[in-house]
Design a protein around this ligand. Structure first.
Ligand SMILES: *Cc1c(COP(=O)(O)O)cnc(C)c1O
Length: 228
């Protein structure tokens, strides 16, 4: 087995055991393999070992890989910051976007989604730690942006995503994850289409799953350290 295959097995086992410990169904948490800074060849190795969903942070790099691997049945998620001048490429190439934080961006993605593609799945990025260095809306702003996204015919509101601050204690991190769980459950009351809470990375997936995450975004633990 390649090291990517081995590491993928390890991550899948970590997800399973976290689900078990939290009394959750093992298929209730989806694995998004974050392939940023790794080449199409690495994605192909993960695919050969059963992985289907991949996350990219940079539009141009992502679109190149999507085109190189167009013959494979992959599901591509955009998880990086969105500049207005990149919305067209995102709308035309990705199945999901995790980082919507402005109405203007939501409207552009809607307007630019090609008519022959299914609606673009959208998560709202929430700055749960209220960290000035992080993007995302505040919890209090979720309702208004959710309403806007839900009104766009070419977008489908699926839930929330967060990247907590990096310097939190385990207690603070657990508290932020729990805040997200409550915000997500509240959002689900208003919007039937919401089924996804994208939360947890290589270092904290167990804690995220214990706090209700339904999708973990894992890069390093699958592909190794990013060197650039
Ligand atoms: C890079 C990245 C990840 C993956 O982080 P790892 O620590 O490598 O698992 C997850 N989410 C986002 C938004 C990222 O940019």
């Amino acid at each position: 087995m390649t090291s990517i295959a081995t590491q993928l097995d390890t991550v899948v086992a970590r997800i399973r055991s976290s689900c078990h410990q939290s009394n959750r169904k093992p298929d209730g948490v989806k694995l998004l393999a974050v392939s940023k800074r790794f080449k199409a060849d690495a994605v192909q190795q993960a695919f050969a070992h059963g992985q289907r969903a991949f996350g990219e942070n940079y539009v141009q790099e992502g679109v190149e890989k999507i085109q190189q691997l167009a013959h494979l049945p992959l599901e591509w998620h955009f998880i990086g910051p969105i500049q207005s001048n990149k919305t067209k490429d995102i709308a035309a190439n990705f199945a999901w976007v995790h980082t919507v934080e402005r109405e203007k961006i939501a409207r552009r993605l809607n307007d630019q989604r090609p008519a022959d593609m299914p609606p673009l799945n959208v998560l709202l990025q929430v700055n749960v730690s209220n960290d000035p260095a992080k993007s995302g809306i505040l919890v209090e702003q979720i309702d208004a942006l959710a309403q806007c996204v839900a009104e766009q015919p070419n977008l489908r509101l699926r839930g929330l995503m967060t990247i907590p601050a990096v310097d939190l204690s385990p207690e603070q991190l657990a508290q932020d994850f729990n805040t997200m769980r409550m915000a997500f459950e509240r959002l689900q009351q208003g919007f039937d289409s919401c089924d996804t809470l994208s939360m947890g990375m290589s270092g904290d997936l167990e804690l995220a799953i214990a706090n209700g995450s339904t999708m973990v975004r894992i890069g390093t633990a699958i592909f190794g350290q990013r060197t650039n």
